[in-house]
Design a protein around this ligand. Structure first.
Ligand code: ADP
Length: 499
């Protein structure tokens, strides 16, 4: 077999045929329903206490922060009330040591300091005014209501929410691991550090990024139909959708529940679908998936996410490519000038290359390789050289890597279609009307930058008999740009009305 044929053989391990897709959609539906009945289910199906989606007429100035995975974002949002908004944003990478800090305080005081820096930089007048006011305040006196920024805190990890601005962390994901935070109210942790800095900011709402995406898309989306689903395909993957209150059986069992508006008869549910089929009854599993899981910080958990999201796809590709490098009969990245037999010294791969390291290959490389149409795959070869220390990769080498990268990406998109398709079918919206679009807001680097990700999702949706070509056409998918910021502002607004 030629090198490219060997690579295609590995690529075929990532095939995900229509029959399996269908089976997964059915199981996804079952796990959605199960999650609405009880706690402790595989899909957490967390009630968010947000009972209405916006229609574009909402107005006001709000703050939002987003702890998503890779970065911490702080922004202020002016909602103009005509489906448009202005947004000011700053972004800082989360230092790795804070992701695995000993105490919550280390992380949350860092976050509060970023909020302070943002206020100083972008709302100086407001900030200075507060500093002056604070000096003249008597002991125990707080800020006036109109001085306070209501803030939406987007916190994209599984939390048990028991009010619009209250929620305890169930578990960390995406490489975070601070034992001290689990079981604590993350809004209170942030408010404590904000108060320690005497900032005029109130954590008004706890927001999951998927709920934010859903709200943002609904505020900006064209037409009168509210959005059904907000979905993230970034560092992690998750979705939130609009569910009928009557179907959320477990709501009545939750004690300590804040009051919420029941007039719409609906509530947004945060699925936490990253953990779909943790039992692995229907998820496709290659040796590379199994190896990744075993070496992860949370084996057996977030099994769907580990096949779909940005944090993991690069690592799946790395393992698959490495299997070829280690196969002595396959000349991938082979160094023709060497006569030694040791794998390391017969390849063009530098010892320092990320290819040898767990998590050493970034998912953005999948987008580069899959989208590479340059002559001789020059762009992929350059990236291999510059970013991964693989010098003198041949065109065949690049072709082999591209074949596997494309297969990993396509499988991720087809699995994404399982989640989207199951939520659409659960809503019965395709049956309720013949023509109304079913609106889906998406966000995240993977869906935004991986070439053809949406088309792969659509191709898979068409293969589902209950959706078919007709149904797929009615599903309208749109990027919710800056979704987490605007969405969090909209939820802070809703929360202001409830509190
Ligand atoms: P977050 O989900 O942390 O808020 P993003 O949506 O930007 O942020 O997602 C970051 C993830 O997306 C990382 O895992 C990164 O590897 C991946 N990523 C970044 N750029 C690209 C790209 N061009 N193509 C595919 N994945 C990408």
């Amino acid at each position: 077999m030629t090198l490219v044929e060997e690579a295609q053989k590995v690529a075929r391990e990532f095939d995900y045929p229509a029959s399996e897709l269908q089976r997964a959609i059915e199981r996804f539906g079952e796990q959605m329903r199960d999650g609405l009945q009880r706690s402790g289910s595989t899909l957490s199906q967390i009630p968010t206490f947000v009972t209405a989606v916006p229609n574009g007429t909402e107005k006001g100035l709000y703050m939002a922060v987003d702890l998503g995975g890779t970065n911490f974002r702080v922004c202020s949002i002016q909602l103009h009330g005509n489906s448009t908004f202005s947004l000011t944003q700053s972004k800082v990478a989360i230092p790795r040591e804070l992701m695995v800090a000993k105490t919550s305080k280390e992380l949350f005081s860092f976050l509060a300091k970023q909020i302070e820096a943002f206020l100083k930089q972008h709302h100086e007048e407001h900030y200075e005014g507060h500093i002056r006011r604070r000096k003249t305040m008597s002991k125990g006196e707080g800020f006036k209501e109109e001085e306070i920024f209501n803030l939406g805190f987007t916190f994209s990890f599984p939390v048990q929410q028991n009010g619009i601005n209250r929620g305890t962390l169930l578990r960390w994901t995406k490489g975070f691991d601070i034992a001290d935070t689990v079981g604590k109210d993350v809004c209170a942790l942030l408010q404590e550090e904000i108060d320690a800095l005497h900032l005029p900011v109130r954590v008004a709402a706890l927001v999951n990024d998927t709920v934010g995406t859903l709200m943002a898309r609904s505020y900006t989306s064209p037409g009168k139909t509210g959005t059904l689903l907000g979905a993230i395909f970034g560092t992690g993957t998750n979705g939130a959708y609009v569910e009928k209150l009557s179907k959320i059986r477990k709501l009545t069992e939750l004690n300590d529940v804040a009051s919420y508006d029941t007039s719409t008869g609906e509530m947004i549910i945060n699925t936490e679908w990253g953990s779909f089929d943790n039992e692995q009854a229907v998820l496709p599993t290659t040796p590379y998936d199994a190896g990744l899981d075993a070496d992860s910080v949370n084996p057996g958990i977030q099994m769907f996410e580990k096949r779909v999201s940005g944090m993991f796809l690069g690592e799946i590709l790395r393992r698959a490519v490495l299997s070829l490098v280690r196969n002595p009969s396959v000349p991938l990245f082979s160094d023709e000038n060497s006569s030694l037999n040791d794998v390391h010294s017969t390849t063009n791969i530098a010892d320092s290359s990320g290819l040898w390291r767990t998590w050493g290959l970034d998912t953005s490389f999948l987008s580069i390789a899959h989208g590479d149409e340059s002559a001789g795959l020059r762009i992929t070869r350059q990236a291999l050289d510059k970013e991964y220390g693989i010098t003198a990769a041949s065109e065949e080498d690049a072709e082999a890597v591209k074949a596997i990268a494309s297969a990993v990406g396509r499988r991720a998109a087809r699995l994404s279609a399982v989640a989207i398709g199951a939520v659409v079918l659960n809503s019965e919206k395709l049956r309720e009307s013949e023509t109304e679009p079913v609106d889906v807001g998406v966000d995240g680097s993977l869906v935004e930058f991986y070439p053809g990700f949406e088309e792969y999702i659509r191709e898979a949706l068409r293969e589902v008999p209950e959706i078919g070509e007709k149904g797929e056409k009615r599903i309208r998918i749109g990027i919710a740009k800056d979704g987490s910021g605007v969405g969090a502002a909209l939820i802070a607004l809703v929360a202001g009305k409830v509190n």
